[in-house]
Write a protein that binds this ligand. Structure first.
Ligand code: GDP
Ligand code: MN
Length: 378
């Protein structure tokens, strides 16, 4: 789950990271009000869950409350990368001398969190990584030991930070690490962390991604989820306890078990197809859950065929079959469906589906081939 800039910065601030004064507005009038409370120049920033808002024109400086109102009106009418802007953050403007990148994420290969920092901040870090990888400093953190003082100094030295800012920088980096680890984040990023003309460090932008599977222990963060910003299919999937990830292909996959779902996607690709999604209906899924999964898959206009692969252990194949039939009556799918059922009550399940105009398969390879062929001829 991604947090908005304003949410990330407020969270960082709780761990001692300095952020500009400011508040979120949903109307131009509110933006004007906040600007007059802050006094002086303000920056109006669209709150959408994508990067590159600055380049897209979603960030503007205003000299006074009236200009703040006008710019807020413009920005609130924008769409950035397809996302309508519903809120703007009105922050005290900063005088920027230098922009630094500072982030913590998981390094899967190293099996450790990694600090990344660069003196070439402000811009897309992916771009820096691609064109000037030597400008990015990386320091791994042992999750059991936490961050050590010498490591914060290594990072500060690595980005040529002026000596007089090292102590503040160290506090910011430790705060960022705490925010990252205590909240089960997979990313905590400040881009830019600026050195102001007054010689202070300040986090102007913030981004956080929280591990969805850890949200149960952070109810306060779970509440921050902005449903407006989420694909409706993902909201629906979560409501039914389904693990769903949308992909770009045209074969909708419904599988029980994450490992089996991955194997199903792999074999679909092996036979020349492209999965439209990852979907794990979980163990012991009943008819209602299966129906929801079917609705979610069919809501994707790219889907040209559906591949259902169920290994009935705890999950009963007849229950799944009933769910499929119920969903078919409800959503009336027009795409071919290939089903492979094996395990508990598979025979009953197959009998139920026999009348439902489905392509059945005995093996996974057979099912995948049939699904790929069905999608290609569609
Ligand atoms: P992003 O484009 O979505 O990453 O949004 P950012 O919050 O990082 O802002 C983009 C850029 O706008 C920053 O890199 C700064 O150059 C500029 N910017 C943001 N806030 C201020 C500010 O208070 N004063 C000035 N002068 N520039 C700002
Ligand atoms: Mn940024």
């Amino acid at each position: 789950m991604k947090l908005h800039e304003y949410q990330s910065k407020q969270l960082f601030a709780r761990y001692g990271v300095p952020i500009p004064k400011g508040r979120v507005a949903e109307t131009p009038a509110e933006a004007k009000q906040i600007a007059s409370e802050l006094g002086g120049r303000v920056v109006i920033k669209s709150q959408v869950l994508v990067g590159g808002r600055g380049k897209a024109g979603g960030i503007k400086l205003a000299n006074d409350p009236n200009e703040a109102e006008q710019l807020a009106e413009k920005i609130l009418a924008m769409e950035i990368k397809g996302l309508p802007v519903r809120k703007v953050l009105v922050d005290e403007a900063s005088n920027i001398q230098q922009e630094i990148y500072l982030g913590i994420t998981n390094d899967r290969a190293a099996k450790k969190p990694v600090i990344m920092a660069s003196a070439a901040g402000g811009v897309d870090i992916e771009e820096v990584a691609a064109t000037h990888p030597e400008k990015i400093i990386k320091v791994h953190i042992d999750p059991l030991l936490g961050i050590k003082e010498y490591q914060t100094r290594d990072v500060a030295a690595g980005i040529d930070l002026p000596r007089n800012l090292w102590k503040d920088f160290s506090n910011i980096l430790r705060g960022l690490w705490q925010a990252y680890s205590e909240n089960d984040a997979t990313l905590a990023e400040i881009n830019p962390l600026v050195i102001t003309k007054e010689g202070r460090l300040m986090a102007l932008d913030g981004k956080m991604i929280i591990d969805d599977n850890a949200l149960f222990r952070h109810p306060d963060l779970a509440e921050m989820r902005d449903l407006d910003e989420e694909a409706p299919s993902e909201t629906e999937a979560r409501r039914y306890g389904l693990t769903f990830i949308k992909l770009d292909g045209n074969i909708g996959c419904m599988v029980n078990g994450a490992g089996l779902a991955m194997a199903t996607m792999d074999i679909t690709k092996y036979f020349g197809g492209a999965p439209a999604n990852f979907l794990d209906i979980g163990g012991g899924a009943g008819a209602e859950k299966v129906a929801a999964a079917m609705r979610i898959i069919l809501a994707d206009p790219n889907v040209k065929a559906i591949l259902i692969n169920i290994f009935g252990g705890i999950t009963r194949c007849d229950e799944v079959a009933r769910g499929i039939i119920a969903a078919m009556e409800e959503v009336k799918p027009k795409v071919p469906m290939v089903v492979r059922l094996v395990g508990t009550n598979a025979e009953e399940g197959r009998q139920l589906l026999a009348n439902a105009n489905m392509i059945t398969a005995e093996t996974l390879a057979d099912a995948a081939k049939k699904a790929v062929a069905a999608a290609q001829s569609a």
